[in-house]
Design a protein. Structure first.
Ligand code: PFF
Length: 460
């Protein structure tokens, strides 16, 4: 490739950026609420199993493809197969997934920004419980709040990605990730001293089968793709900015441990707070935006902790959004040879526009009867999904698992010895893990992903 590619300044820089991609709304917003809905305990154990036997092997496969090709996904698949090869479709699917996911991810990130602002400017302490509960509904329904914060969040994401790998993405991760870990630690200490901690600890770690269903297992599996940023080439792209000598195995394990650690700590922060004020852990997507502000409004120190919590959520979302945008930008820079700044602004603006239907999905007065009604009737009555739900569903249940399956099959069946040479030769330890890794990619990952698909179409 004639163009000069950026690189991380060190392996540590890569770990921070990749952990920044992995740690996001999936850890702090989604994981706690799906854990709550699935009864804690067993669900957490199954999730840990999915991370170890499906997520981690795919993460290693992605970093390997990126590091050894030094190219973004489409180019990487071309390099290891041939021009015009259908494998390149996995790369394109990833670019499409970046557009789909970031367009609605940015809306949730916008709520986090809005709540940061609300908790600083007016505070929740003076508000009645019912009013805080109603607030989220009114935010979701308000087109201007959603679109405004969506625009602000996308503008910040664009500004960082436009500055490139080293001076933009890595720098942002080096600043934001340590802040994120410190905030999380402060919140954990606070939660650990609250009344609900023992109950929460039991809820998260004591296996209880009563709420566990087959669907829970598949939900855990699907979420392991999303939370580790797998299946759409984000780790291929980030891996392509690694130097070839950087170790693959220990790096991937570190990222997976950081991501899982943050998800568990997020539960250990949220559930004690929820239990302390006697609220329901199975509150669904509103857990973070409804239950938590209510809980903070009733707790000592809530006026300081609430802004900290929403800032944490915003930072986590930002470092993930950067990686989503980078997947699309890297494609235009590497393949179409568009200068980075132009590619970033162009892609970011298109994603912003793509996100507008999601911003209006709460049902708004903008189009009379509400955009959500319109999209619900387009995409089916009954459990009709609005645009926002549809994008989330498509990405988490179809695009990422499909991409992950393709990547696993490609590395384990198609690359063969090349994968061993590229991935494990430079790894001075764990070389023997190679066959275990290939076994998981060849058999276990495809069976798991197939089960997710069969479930999604209602066969199992
Ligand atoms: N891993 C992110 C989260 O847990 O919020 C979401 C994500 C980021 C998914 C980047 C996919 C991706 F490429």
């Amino acid at each position: 490739m004639a163009q000069e590619r950026g690189h991380w300044s060190s392996r540590f820089g890569f770990i921070l950026a990749a952990a920044g991609s992995a740690v996001g709304l999936g850890n702090i917003w989604k994981f706690p609420y799906i854990t709550g809905e699935n009864g804690g305990g067993w669900f957490v154990l199954i999730y840990l199993g999915c991370i170890a036997i499906v997520g981690l092997p795919i993460m290693m496969a992605e970093v390997l493809i990126g590091r050894s090709s030094q190219l973004s996904p489409v180019g990487a698949f071309r390099k290891f197969s041939h021009g015009g090869s259908p494998w390149m479709g996995i790369g394109w699917l990833g670019v499409l997934a970046a557009f789909v996911i970031l367009s609605y991810y940015s809306i949730v990130a916008g709520w986090a920004m809005h709540y940061t602002w609300l908790s600083v400017s007016s505070g929740f302490a003076e508000m009645e419980t019912d009013a805080i509960g109603a607030l989220f509904g009114s935010v979701y329904e308000n087109p201007w709040i959603n679109i405004g914060w969506h625009a602000a969040f996308m503008a910040i994401t664009i500004a960082i990605v436009a500055k490139g790998v080293h001076g933009g993405i890595e720098l942002a991760s080096r600043v934001l990730m340590p802040v994120l870990f410190i905030i999380l630690l402060v919140l954990l200490i606070y939660a650990a001293t609250s009344d609900g901690f023992a109950q929460a600890f039991k809820f998260i770690f004591m296996p209880d089968t009563s709420k566990l269903t087959g669907a829970s297992v598949l939900e855990a599996l699907g979420h392991s793709f999303f939370t580790l940023s797998l299946g759409m080439g984000a780790m291929i792209t980030y891996g392509s900015y690694l130097h070839k000598k950087d170790d693959l195995v220990s790096t991937s394990i570190t990222i997976a441990i950081l991501d899982t650690g943050v998800a568990l700590v997020a539960c250990l922060v949220l559930f004690p707070i929820i239990f302390s004020v006697g609220m329901d852990p199975a509150a669904g997507p509103g857990l973070v935006f409804v239950s938590i502000p209510i809980a903070f409004s009733q707790m000592a120190g809530g006026a300081i902790l609430a802004p900290l919590f929403f800032l944490l959520l915003t930072f986590a979302a930002l470092t993930s959004a950067i990686s989503l945008l980078e997947v699309a930008v890297a494609y235009f820079v590497d393949e179409i040879k568009i200068p980075r700044v132009i590619a970033t602004v162009m892609t970011g603006v298109v994603i912003f526009i793509f996100g507008i239907p999601s911003a209006l999905s709460g049902g708004t007065a903008l189009f009379g009867s509400g955009f959500s009604d319109m999209t619900q009737s387009i995409f089916g009555e009954g459990d009709g999904k609005n645009w926002f739900d549809l994008f989330d569903y498509l990405a988490s249940n179809w695009m990422l698992p499909l991409g992950g399956l393709g990547i696993a099959v490609f590395v384990a069946w198609r690359m063969g010895d090349k994968a061993r040479e590229e991935g494990f030769k430079t790894s001075n330890h764990l070389g023997k893990m190679y066959w275990g890794w290939v076994f998981l990619l060849r058999y276990i990952v495809p069976i798991g992903v197939l089960a997710v698909f069969l479930h999604a179409i209602g066969i199992i």
